[in-house]
Ligand binder design. Sequence first.
Ligand code: HXC
Length: 268
Amino acid sequence: MNHYVQPDEFAGRTAVVTGGGSGIGRAVARRWAAGGGHVTVVGRRADPLRETVALIEAAGGSADAVTCDVRDAAAVDTAVDGVAERHGRLDVLVNNAAGNFVLPGEELSPNGWKAVIDIVLNGTFHCTRAAARHMLPQGSGAVLNVIASYAWHGHPGTVHSAAAKAGVLAMTRTLAVEWAPRGVRLNCIAPGPTETEGASAALWPTDTARERVLASVPAARFTTPEEVAESAAFLIGDRAAYVTGDVLVVDGGQWLGKSVYATEPSGA
Ligand code: HXC
């Protein structure tokens, strides 16, 4: 039982969540539907999307799925136009689809660089542009982009992802100012280490790596997709109506806790 859910918070509204077949995307989709909104989950593989829809419907929510690769601008337009036509409006877009693997920069092939930039940076633009064509005439809408704190502090092994997510952050801030007069808000969320299959496999594939990541989090734990979704629900809902162009960091203090000085509490 989630005590934060108000069953009518998002009633009558429609959201699109990319990468909605797993992890944070699935949790955000479920959270939106629990608040009474309709959600369309978008992703490359039909089966995981169908599972998300089934989970939402089993809980009494409203959802459907569209398979689409966010790298394909024309396919994105078709998918997003279809959602707006079926529901008469589009209120929220969550750009969650991502691709990632950790690799030293000098070992990254041009094609590896391109794959991640295409999914994260170009895909986010394609979806945002497609959504804006409905939100701007409507005079309302909220876009939430899932990034990571290495968008601003960088991190070894993530040059492709960090560059892409830095671009998404710049895109968010730029469009937030352009579109604020027309009622469309854009924000980012920067989750820290989140227990999902995708992140675990890509970012802490071994027990040693997992321990190292855990040791870097002042809150001394991983987060869950559901916990991240709660912060997402705030940013895409009316409680954040005056918040635009900002980043909400949900990382247990990870990026701020990077000091290497001896910082034992006095008396310890
Ligand atoms: C080195 C790799 C690689 C790896 C792919 N490549 N995986 N190089 N190590 N582990 C290279 C390939 O060799 C190829 O280059 C190029 O990348 C494209 O690979 P493809 O497999 O053909 O591409 P594609 O099928 O489009 O797959 C895209 C992908 C893939 C990004 C590579 O991993 C993907 O789609 N992932 C989606 C799910 C995911 O990654 N989730 C994790 C998100 S977690 P060459 O030169 O050989 O042709 C996340 C959290 C971040 O983002 C924040 C945490 C705090």
